[in-house]
Design a binder for this molecule. Structure first.
Ligand code: SF4
Length: 388
């Protein structure tokens, strides 16, 4: 627990762990009037727990299959069979991209799919069978194996997985990803963003996040901010993640993603997340879970992303020199050298991490750690000479 003392009594109560949800709410509303205190507190806590390092992951995005059995009202990633953005990535194509990514000295292979495409699309089932597999997770295990052999470290985000599937993927994946998005049941109601997405029901997501903990695989999760949740519901989402981590100890980072409406979605006329409120929520999250790794994708706030450093973040997530962000295709990645420069403008060093954070590396299989050691520095981050 931090010994830092702040001017605000509520912030002190939160940092000392004597907390009630009403304190979190009060801290948020106080910050709307005077944000300086919460940003200063978040910065100090980040510095205390994370030092002057801000990390990112040099990645390639493998858009394995973007058909999906669900429909989230904000999603532009999901494709229809007739659309030009449809991706059903063959093993050969994956190999080509992996070879190129290795040449660019990427470290992470981010493997992404929609939610169990084969359950909604006979074409997906047929395609998987043609590749020699009966399910998307099986195919992902196969592609992960190729990534490893090609010198990349896989991190799979394939939606809800069964426990045996998590176990299968943990043999090749140093971590997995599953966004909670929101713990709000209300957002699954009629007309709400998760109404047509059974996989996003909070109970389902929590079950899978807990199974990832039972399988002891480092797990990235997060919250999508600005999709109609209340401040109370946002705070509940963070408390939910915090409590899962307290039970299983495997949540390696929280991604806080600010919503942007996409033209081809049902939420195209909704407003983007309010930036001031978002930054306060980021700072509040740091104060609620001071030791957590907190990531903001820099491409979603291209003009102002360096200022998130003052909200207490310590990670920029995956940045690709090679592939686009298929989940947010309208936003290109910043150049890694620019991000590095912006960090040093604020007095911080940008370092490249593996898709598993150093403090979670002991959870990874010895054979994966051995591979990591070939390009790891003494902190279990990626050697600067490799990624720069
Ligand atoms: S966000 Fe994920 S689960 Fe929802 S529609 Fe898109 S791909 Fe499917």
């Amino acid at each position: 627990m931090s010994n830092l003392v702040f001017d605000s009594e509520i912030l002190n109560r939160i940092v000392q762990g004597r907390t009630y949800k009403t304190d979190y709410l009060q801290a948020y509303y106080d910050a709307l009037q005077n944000p300086a205190d919460i940003f200063a507190a978040a910065t100090k806590l980040r510095d205390e727990y994370k030092g002057n390092t801000i990390t990112f992951s040099k990645k390639v995005f493998l858009n394995v299959i973007n058909l999906c059995r669900d429909t989230c009202s904000y999603c532009t990633y999901k494709a229809q069979l007739t659309q030009s953005k449809l991706s059903m990535m063959s093993t050969d194509t994956a190999k080509q991209i992996i070879r190129l990514a290795k040449r660019y000295r990427c470290v992470e292979a981010l493997l992404v799919t929609g939610e169990r495409p084969e359950e909604a699309y006979p074409e997906a089932k047929e395609w998987l069978r043609g590749e020699g597999y009966s399910s998307t997770p099986e195919y992902l295990a196969h592609i992960s194996e190729i990534c490893l052999k090609g010198g990349l470290f896989p991190h799979t985000n394939a939606g809800n997985l069964e426990r045996d599937e998590i176990r299968m993927l943990s043999d090749t994946n140093v971590s997995v990803g599953l966004m909670l998005e929101s713990s709000s049941e209300r957002l699954t109601g009629s007309g709400m963003p998760h109404h047509l997405a059974p996989s996003k029901r909070p109970k389902e997501r929590i079950r899978v996040l807990e199974d990832m903990g039972r399988e002891k695989i480092p797990t990235t999760t997060g919250v999508l901010v600005g999709i109609g949740e209340s401040i109370e519901e946002y705070i509940d989402s963070i408390i939910t993640i915090r409590d899962i981590h307290r039970r299983y100890g495997h949540i390696q980072e929280i991604i806080l993603q600010n919503f942007h409406p996409k033209n081809d979605t049902a939420m195209r006329n909704n407003a983007a997340a309010d930036m001031t409120q978002f930054m306060i929520l980021v700072a509040l999250t740091r104060i609620m879970i001071p030791a957590m790794n907190i990531q903001i994708p820099p491409n979603l706030s291209p003009d102002i992303y360096p200022s998130y450093i003052n909200s207490g973040i310590n990670d920029w997530g995956g940045i690709s020199p090679l592939t686009q962000d298929y989940v947010n295709p309208e936003f290109s990645w910043p150049h890694i050298q620019d991000v590095s420069q912006r960090c040093s403008d604020f007095g911080y060093n940008l370092k490249c991490r593996f898709p598993v954070y150093p403090e979670f590396a002991q959870m990874v299989s010895p054979h994966l750690k051995e591979r990591m050691s070939t390009i790891a520095d003494s902190e279990m981050l990626v050697e600067a000479s490799y990624w720069r």
